[in-house]
Design a protein around this ligand. Structure first.
Ligand code: GTP
Ligand code: MG
Ligand code: ZN
Length: 217
């Protein structure tokens, strides 16, 4: 019985996510759901991506955190439209939250919407939001064993950014072992080795994102 209740919640979420997606498609907005553990570099990646792509496309952001507007304020300084969602004790974003947040965004003026999910490698994977692509950010200090311990987050992802490669010299991180573990879960996933601090690898990531975006005609 308990399992049935959970299933109903996820079914209800999927219905709202589909409505969100229809609205995004109607406005030709490409939506990326960015998931990672706390501190892996979601906000840093959003800011660096926006700096590189803002002359090519109009970017909007939804920030998810339990509390505070810290991340939204950083995005606002880049002069991008942004909505902050505070979940209180909630450990993931869901489609209903996005449905409310998107009412406060100028969708007709946005080509690419970057959603920063709550820092968590578990349940964000179960809640689709209406996104077109799912991206995981892992980072060198977290260790190369995360795909073995938290496989679920990689199952439906389209790309993995491995951030903080500037710290490789100081930490043991076996890149081949990490990629092998991810490919065992999801063979089709794309990898980007980047540093949001030095800028390494960000152009390749931005090219992938540009190709993934459905541009407005
Ligand atoms: N050395 C190094 N530090 C980085 C890099 N990217 C981000 N950081 C640092 O890592 C910390 C966390 O980065 P954020 O971008 O805030 O991470 P986040 O995933 O948005 O964090 P939450 O929103 O709290 O989950 C900050 O101190 C960043 O400056 C990187 O490529 N190299
Ligand atoms: Mg953040
Ligand atoms: Zn959760």
């Amino acid at each position: 019985m308990k399992i049935e209740v959970v299933k109903n919640i996820l079914d209800a979420n999927a219905v709202i996510a589909q409505k969100n997606k229809s609205l995004f498609d109607q406005h030709h907005v490409t939506v990326i759901n960015i998931m990672s553990s706390p501190g892996a570099g979601k906000t840093s990646a959003i800011l660096e991506t926006a700096r590189r792509l803002k002359d090519k496309m109009k970017i909007g952001v939804i920030e998810g955190d339990l509390a505070s507007q810290v991340d939204a304020e950083k995005v606002k300084k880049e002069h991008l439209p942004v909505v902050q969602i505070n979940t209180g004790s909630g450990c993931h974003l869901d489609a209903n939250m996005i449905s409310h947040a998107m009412q406060n965004l100028p969708l007709k003026d946005i080509d690419l919407l970057l959603i920063e999910n709550i820092g968590n490698l578990v349940c964000p994977s179960a809640y689709i939001l209406g996104e077109h692509k799912r991206v995981i950010i892992s980072s060198v200090p977290e260790g190369d064993d995360k795909p073995l311990k938290y496989p679920i987050i990689f199952v439906d992802a389209d790309a993995v950014i491995i951030n903080k490669v500037d710290l490789k010299a100081y930490l043991k991180f076996d890149m081949d072992a990490f990629k092998k573990a991810v490919k065992n879960i999801n063979p089709k996933i794309s990898f980007f080795e980047v540093s949001c601090t030095t800028g390494a690898g960000l152009d390749e990531w931005c090219s992938w994102l540009t190709a993934a975006s459905k541009r407005k005609s």
